[in-house]
Design a protein around this ligand. Structure first.
Ligand SMILES: Nc1ncnc2c1ncn2[C@@H]1O[C@H](COP(=O)(O)OP(=O)(O)OP(=O)(O)O)[C@@H](O)[C@H]1O
Length: 827
C-alpha cells in the first residue's frame, strides 16, 4: 500500500508541474502581440539581408533591371562564392536576397512558355560573367532556340564562350569538353555550363552524362546552370527520363504560383526541404546591360590571359632563319615568352598526360613559326602517331582546301612505316647537306647557309614513342635515325619537336635514353608531364590546363625556392578558344603560298586507287599500289626480258583480284590498242565480276582480250592474268614452266593470284626453281611463312588490313605497300 501511495503522489507532482508549465506558456503567449512577432521576424530578415550582402557584393547581388551596378564588370579579384537569384518576402514590408552557392549547380524547372525561366537563367549567367575576374570564366552554352544567349555574343571572339550548341551533337561536344575539364580542372579558370534547354533527341546516355558531370564537378570550378531538368516529356528527352534531381543542385521550380526554392546543396532551410516564404525571382536583365557587360569583359580579358593572336607577328614572313628560329609560346610573369630552335637549343621534348594541351601547345608553335618565317626559311614535317587527327587543320580537306605552305609532309593519322619514311627522308637531307659542306666537318648552320638558301627543317612528332617501342627491326631503325638526327641536326638546320604522354616510359629507350634525350635541352612539361624533367625536379607538380614549365637545361632543377634562369612557369593559350582565329591565319598563309604544291598527306587507313594518269616510263611497268615513302610514290614492278619477270600475288585475301586488276589496267594504259594480247582467266567464281569488268574496259579501250577458263598463253607480246590459279583442279593444272622461263624474252608475262603457298610452289616449280617468278606480293600470308618464302628470317612482316609486302627477287627489294583496291571495297 505504501508503494502505491508513493506512486500516486509522484504522478500527482508531475501533473502539477506540467500544468504549471502550460499556464506559464499561455501567459507568455498572451503577452506577445502580433506586432511583436512581426518585429522578431523583421530582425531576422535584417540579419539575413546583411549576411547576404556580404556574400553577393557588386554584380552578384545588385538589381539588374534598374541602372547597372556601379562596379566595373570583371574587376573583381576573387571568384564568387554565391549568386543572387531573387528575393524572399516573408512580410509585406521586409525582404532579403535569396542566394545560391556557386559550388553547387542551379536547376530551373519551368514551363517552356514561362519567360521567367530564361530570364532567371540570363540574370544568373550575367551576374557570374560580370563578377568573375575578367577572362577567368569560360562559358559554354546550349541553346536550341538560339535566342537565350544572343546578347552574350561579344564573349565569343574573346575566346570566353563558344557559339552556343543548338542540337544533340553540339550538346555532346560541350559535355565532352566539360568531362575533360573535370578530369583536369584549371586552377586559373572556372567553367560555367549553361543549358537553356535540352535539345530534341537527347538520349538517356546524354542525361546520364549531365548527371554524372554534376556529381563529379565538386572542387573543379565547373558549375552547371540547367533549364528544363528533368526533361518534360519524351520529345524533350528520352522515354526513360531520370526524374531524380541533378546532384548537388538547388532547384528553382516555377510550376506553382510562387517559385519554390529547394534546399541548396550542403544546407537546409528546414524540415520541408524548401524555403517556406514567398520568393520573387530576379527579372530578365535588359539586353543592353548584357551586351555592355560582355563587351567590357571581352576587352579586359584580352589583357588577362594569353591568346593565339598575341603570339603572332603583325606581318607575315619577315624573319630570317639563318641564326635560328624563334617563336613566342605564351606568357611568363605577364611577359611574352620566346623559345628558340637554334644551334644551342636544337630540339624540344614535350610531355603531358592525355588532354593536357600538348596539341594546343604545338599548334600555337606551328602558327607562330609559319607566320614569322616564309617557306624559303622553314619546312615542316608533322607526324601525329596517336589516333586523333591532330594536324588535320594544316592539310586540305573536302570542305577546306587551304594548307600551310611550309608543310612538306603531314601525317594526320600516321603509322610507324610512314614515320620511318619521314625519318629516312630527313636523314637523306642531312646527308645531302653534309655533303654540300665545303670543309666536310660539322659546323654552324648559318655558315652552311651562306652558300645556299636552305630552309631550316622542323619535324614535329606527336606520340613519338610509337616509333621506337617495339623490339624489332623497324623500331631499331627508327631509334637509330632519331638519334642521328638529334645528334647532328643542329649543324644542318634540322630540328625535332617530340611530344609524348609517356616520354620516359619507353622500354626500347632504356639503354639509349640519355643518348637521345641528352640532345634535347628544351623540356616543356605540361600537366602530368613531369617525366620530361629531371626526376628530382618537382616544378611541374601543381600545373593546371594552359600552364607549363619550360626548362632549357635538359630538365634539371635547382635549389628549392631559388629563382632559376633556365626554368619558367608559363601560360599558353588554347588556339581554338576562338576557332575563327586559326582559320583566318591559315587562309592568310595559304593565299601567300609561293606555289600550288600542297603537302604530302598521309592517313594510315586511307585506301589507294590506281590513278587515272600514270607516269611515263621507259620500260613497261605494272603499278600495284603506293609505297610508304614521304610522297607515297607508286609501287611498281617493271617488266623486262629476263627469265622470271612475272608476278605472283599470294594469300587468300580478296585483294588478290584487285591487285591483278590494277596491274592489267596499268599495263594496258602503256600499250597502243592492238599491240598486246590480254588473256584473262577467271579461275574461281568470286572473281568473275572483277574479270568481266576488266575485260569489258580493256576491249572498250581497243585491246585484244581473251577471257578463258582453260587459257593459252599468248606467244608474243601479251599477258596471262590468272585470277585464282589454285582454283584449277590439280589434274588440269596449266603448265606454266615454259612461259615462266621463256615468256619474258618474247614480251610475255604472267600475273597470277594463288590463295595458298603450296599450290603456288607446285605450279611454279617450287624450291627447284625459286626464281621462276621474280615478283611476289604477300597479302595475308602468316609471318613465319613469309620469312621462309623470302629467305629473310628477320623480315618482321605482319599481315594487316590495307597493307601488302612487295618483294622483287631480282632487285632484292622488299617493301610494305598500300595495295590498289577497287573503289568502295573495305581494305
Ligand atoms: N591553354 C589552354 N587553355 C584552356 N584550354 C585548353 C588550353 N589548351 C588546350 N585546352 C583544351 O584542352 C583540351 C585538350 O587539349 P589538347 O588536345 O591540346 O591536349 P593533348 O595533350 O594534345 O591531348 P591528347 O594527348 O589526348 O592528344 C582541348 O579541349 C583544348 O581546347
Amino acid at each position: 500500500m505504501a508503494r502505491l501511495r508513493a506512486s500516486i503522489e509522484h504522478a500527482a507532482a508531475l501533473h502539477r508541474r506540467a500544468a504549471a508549465s502550460a499556464e506559464a506558456a499561455g501567459r507568455g503567449l498572451d503577452q506577445v502581440s502580433g506586432t511583436d512577432l512581426d518585429a522578431a521576424q523583421r530582425d531576422i530578415v535584417v540579419d539575413l539581408a546583411a549576411a547576404a550582402a556580404r556574400l553577393i557584393p557588386g554584380w552578384l547581388g545588385a538589381p539588374l533591371d534598374q541602372a547597372p551596378p556601379p562596379a566595373v564588370p570583371g574587376a573583381g579579384a576573387e571568384r564568387p562564392t554565391h549568386v543572387r537569384i531573387g528575393f524572399a518576402r516573408p512580410l509585406d514590408d521586409a525582404e532579403f536576397p535569396v542566394v545560391v552557392p556557386t559550388a553547387g549547380h542551379l536547376v530551373i524547372d519551368a514551363e517552356r512558355s514561362d519567360p521567367r525561366g530564361d530570364g532567371l537563367l540570363r540574370s544568373v549567367v550575367l551576374r557570374l560573367v560580370a563578377a568573375h575576374p575578367a577572362g577567368t570564366l569560360r562559358l559554354r552554352a546550349v541553346d536550341p532556340s538560339g535566342t537565350v544567349f544572343a546578347a552574350f555574343q561579344a564573349l565569343v571572339p574573346a575566346g570566353l564562350m563558344r557559339e552556343p550548341a543548338s542540337d544533340a551533337a553540339g550538346l555532346r561536344a560541350v559535355l565532352g569538353e566539360a568531362e575533360q575539364w573535370v578530369r583536369q580542372p584549371s586552377r586559373r579558370y572556372a567553367l560555367l555550363l549553361a543549358i537553356a534547354r535540352l535539345p530534341h533527341s537527347v538520349d538517356d546516355s546524354d542525361l546520364a552524362r549531365i548527371a554524372a558531370l554534376a556529381d563529379s564537378a565538386q572542387g573543379t570550378g565547373l558549375q552547371l546552370v540547367v533549364g528544363g531538368w528533368p526533361p518534360e516529356d519524351p520529345a524533350d528527352g528520352a522515354d526513360a527520363v531520370p526524374r531524380s534531381p541533378l546532384p548537388h543542385s538547388t532547384l528553382v521550380s516555377l510550376r506553382r504560383r510562387y517559385p519554390l526554392v529547394s534546399d541548396p546543396p550542403m544546407g537546409s532551410f528546414g524540415a520541408s526541404g524548401s524555403l517556406d516564404v514567398p520568393v520573387v525571382l530576379d527579372p530578365d536583365p535588359p539586353a543592353s546591360t548584357v551586351r555592355s557587360v560582355c563587351e567590357r569583359i571581352a576587352t579586359h580579358a584580352e589583357s588577362g590571359s594569353p591568346t593565339l593572336t598575341e603570339l603572332l607577328p603583325d606581318q607575315l614572313w619577315q624573319e630570317s632563319s639563318a641564326e635560328g628560329l624563334a617563336v613566342i609560346v605564351g606568357r611568363a610573369g605577364g611577359n611574352p615568352l620566346t623559345l628558340r630552335l637554334s644551334d644551342l637549343t636544337p630540339h624540344w621534348l614535350i610531355g603531358g598526360r592525355a588532354g593536357s594541351g600538348k596539341t594546343a601547345f604545338m599548334v600555337n608553335v606551328l602558327y607562330g613559326l609559319s607566320t614569322r618565317y616564309g617557306p624559303d626559311q622553314l619546312t615542316l614535317y608533322l607526324l601525329d602517331l596517336k589516333e586523333g587527327g591532330g594536324f588535320t587543320e594544316f592539310v586540305p580537306t573536302e570542305g577546306e582546301p587551304s594548307w600551310i605552305p611550309h608543310a612538306r609532309a603531314v601525317a594526320v593519322e600516321s603509322d610507324r612505316d610512314y614515320g620511318r619514311a619521314v625519318l629516312r627522308e630527313l636523314d637523306a637531307e642531312l646527308t645531302a647537306r653534309a655533303d654540300a659542306r665545303q670543309d666536310g666537318g660539322p659546323g654552324r648552320f648559318a655558315d652552311l647557309r651562306r652558300g645556299a638558301e636552305l630552309p631550316r627543317i622542323v619535324c614535329v612528332i606527336d606520340e613519338f614513342q610509337v616509333l621506337v617501342q617495339a623490339n624489332d627491326g623497324p623500331a631499331r631503325e627508327c631509334l637509330t635515325l632519331l638519334e642521328s638526327l638529334a645528334r647532328k641536326g643542329r649543324s644542318y638546320g634540322i630540328h625535332l619537336i617530340l611530344a609524348s604522354r609517356t616520354a620516359r616510359d619507353v622500354e626500347a629507350l632504356h639503354a639509349r635514353r640519355d643518348s637521345l634525350f641528352g640532345q634535347f635541352p628544351v623540356r616543356i612539361a605540361l600537366p602530368g608531364g613531369a617525366d620530361v624533367l629531371d626526376p628530382r625536379n618537382q616544378a611541374a607538380g601543381p600545373l593546371g590546363l594552359g600552364e607549363a614549365i619550360v626548362n632549357t637545361a635538359g630538365g634539371l632543377g635547382g635549389p628549392a625556392g631559388a629563382s632559376r634562369a633556365h626554368e619558367r612557369r608559363m601560360e599558353f593559350p588554347d588556339p581554338y578558344a576562338d576557332p575563327d582565329i586559326p582559320v583566318a591565319v591559315r587562309h592568310k598563309l595559304w593565299e601567300k603560298r609561293p606555289d600550288d604544291h600542297g603537302p604530302c598527306v598521309f592517313y594510315a587507313s586511307a585506301q589507294a586507287h590506281l590513278p587515272a594518269a600514270l607516269p611515263a616510263s621507259r620500260v613497261r611497268t605494272a603499278y600495284l599500289g603506293r609505297k610508304i615513302d614521304v610522297p607515297l610514290s607508286l609501287a611498281d614492278f617493271p617488266l623486262d626480258g629476263s627469265p622470271g619477270r612475272h608476278l605472283a600475288v599470294l594469300g587468300p585475301s580478296e585483294l588478290g583480284a584487285d591487285l591483278l586488276d590494277a596491274a592489267a589496267r596499268s599495263l594496258a594504259a602503256q600499250h597502243r590498242p592492238g599491240t598486246a594480247h590480254f588473256v584473262i582467266a577467271p579461275l574461281i567464281a568470286a572473281v568473275e565480276p572483277v574479270t568481266a569488268r576488266l575485260a569489258a574496259d580493256l576491249e572498250a579501250a581497243g585491246h585484244h582480250v581473251t577471257v578463258d577458263r582453260s587459257p593459252q598463253c599468248p606467244e608474243r607480246d601479251g599477258y596471262l592474268f590468272g585470277f585464282g590459279l589454285d582454283g584449277v583442279p590439280a589434274d588440269a593444272t596449266i603448265d606454266l614452266s615454259g612461259v615462266l622461263r621463256d615468256g619474258p624474252a618474247n614480251r610475255v608475262h604472267v600475273f597470277g593470284w594463288w590463295r595458298g603457298l603450296r599450290r603456288f610452289a607446285e605450279d611454279t616449280g617450287g624450291r627447284s626453281s625459286p626464281d621462276a617468278v621474280a615478283g611476289l606480293v604477300l597479302l595475308n600470308v602468316p609471318a613465319a611463312d613469309a620469312a621462309i618464302l623470302l629467305h629473310e628470317p628477320g623480315l618482321g612482316w605482319q599481315p594487316r588490313p590495307n597493307r601488302a609486302l612487295l618483294h622483287d627477287r631480282h632487285s632484292g627489294s622488299t617493301e610494305v605497300i598500300v595495295p590498289f583496291i577497287h573503289g568502295g571495297r573495305p581494305a
